[in-house]
Design a protein around this ligand. Structure first.
Ligand code: ZN
Length: 355
């Protein structure tokens, strides 16, 4: 009986997209839902009426995700909200009216958020990795802490743009001499074959666009390959400020300033007898719609045991295999196809223009 009335409350329409003055908020509201109903606030019959849950989701998307600023490592939202504080946001006049309306309707307050410093990269292992003197010690800890995975018959993909002879399997190996060395994990004298079990990630990772002449090879290990899984979530007994797990994630999601550190990790991993690395990437988190640094009251959701499966589902491992595994006979080319990018879908998250 109680459950039934709770469900009924969830269905109550509170506002609609047309209630909002800010056009970005209105467009985002239209993408959140498709309820057709009379709006109790503005009186319009709207096809984009919003329940409480949908309004909370909209608030999170527009104000929190929409104000998230990436930093050198990590990133944090400039705005947060909860039901424990009064609103204290000052924005432009159109948005102020919308903020007032949402706060009044949901009984929440929006405020400027001072992030906890770990969110913007102040994590001891990450700071130690940036210091060349302390780096080897942290890399040794990484190699010891992360699980290894044996790849036997799992297929994966590698995409190439305009290869000279598209049907030659050798085209899908690590690049030839002189054509590599400035990537995330490859270095001069250290070629790497990058692949993914998600074909779309291959396309994004290499920044291919519609109109490119692309070919995709389906690859499979020809012998068991031993990889270290740096996309795994470590179970740790420490705070975010000491977390190796968050340090490694932030390192892989950072831009090219992190590459020298990542290349050193790759070299040490190879010395330990691994054939390659599974790693998290910016595009794998985008692809699954996840926010890798998601927090609840300033605590990383990666750090709750029960959230583990949820967090893991957001990260699709990318593969980096050391050397030239196709040439060596360690990886077989199963199939080669032409690949046309027919349609690209973006998820648009509008946010405030100032905060
Ligand atoms: Zn309305």
């Amino acid at each position: 009986m109680k459950e039934q009335s709770a469900r009924k409350d969830d269905d109550v329409i509170l506002l609609c997209a047309e209630c909002f003055q800010d056009r970005g908020l209105r467009l985002l509201a239209k993408s959140v839902n498709v309820n057709e109903s009379m709006c109790p606030n503005c009186g319009a019959v709207s096809t984009n009426a919003l329940t409480r849950d949908q309004l909370l989701r909209l608030s999170d998307l527009f104000f929190v995700k929409g104000s998230t600023v990436p930093t050198r490592y990590g990133g944090a939202p400039a705005i947060q909200f909860n039901d424990a504080q009064p609103g204290s946001l000052s924005t432009n006049w159109r948005l102020s009216a919308d903020v007032e309306l949402i706060q009044r309707t949901l009984g929440i307050g929006f405020f400027h958020y001072g992030p906890r410093l770990w969110m913007i990269g102040y994590i001891t292992p990450l700071e130690d990795l940036q210091d060349e003197a302390s780096r080897p010690n942290v890399i040794a800890k990484i190699v010891a802490a992360y699980p290894s995975v044996i790849l036997t018959d799992e297929e994966f993909y590698r995409v190439r743009k305009a290869p000279k002879s598209p049907t030659d399997p050798g085209e899908y190996d690590a690049p030839p001499e002189g054509c590599y060395g400035d990537g995330r994990l490859d270095a001069p004298g250290f070629p790497v074959l990058y692949g993914s079990q998600d074909a779309e990630i291959c396309v994004h990772e290499a920044r291919f666009i519609a109109g490119d002449e692309l070919y995709i090879a389906t690859l499979r290990p020809a012998r068991p390959l031993k990889l270290i899984d740096l996309s795994a979530i470590l179970q740790e007994d420490c705070t975010e400020f000491e977390s190796l797990d968050l340090a490694v994630l932030m390192l892989f999601l950072a831009k090219s300033h992190a590459y020298p550190i990542l290349r050193e990790i790759a070299a040490v991993v190879r010395e330990h007898g691994f054939d390659g690395i599974i790693y998290p990437s910016f595009f794998s988190t985008l692809r699954t719609g996840g926010n890798p640094f998601e927090t609840v009251y300033g605590l990383s959701t990666r750090r709750y045991g029960q959230a583990n499966a949820y967090e893991q589902s957001k990260v699709i491992g990318n593969l980096a295999l050391f050397g030239r595994p196709i040439d060596r006979g360690d990886v077989a080319v199963i199939s080669i196809n032409r690949l046309t990018i027919g349609q690209v879908n973006y998820q648009m998250i509008f946010g405030p223009s100032s905060f």
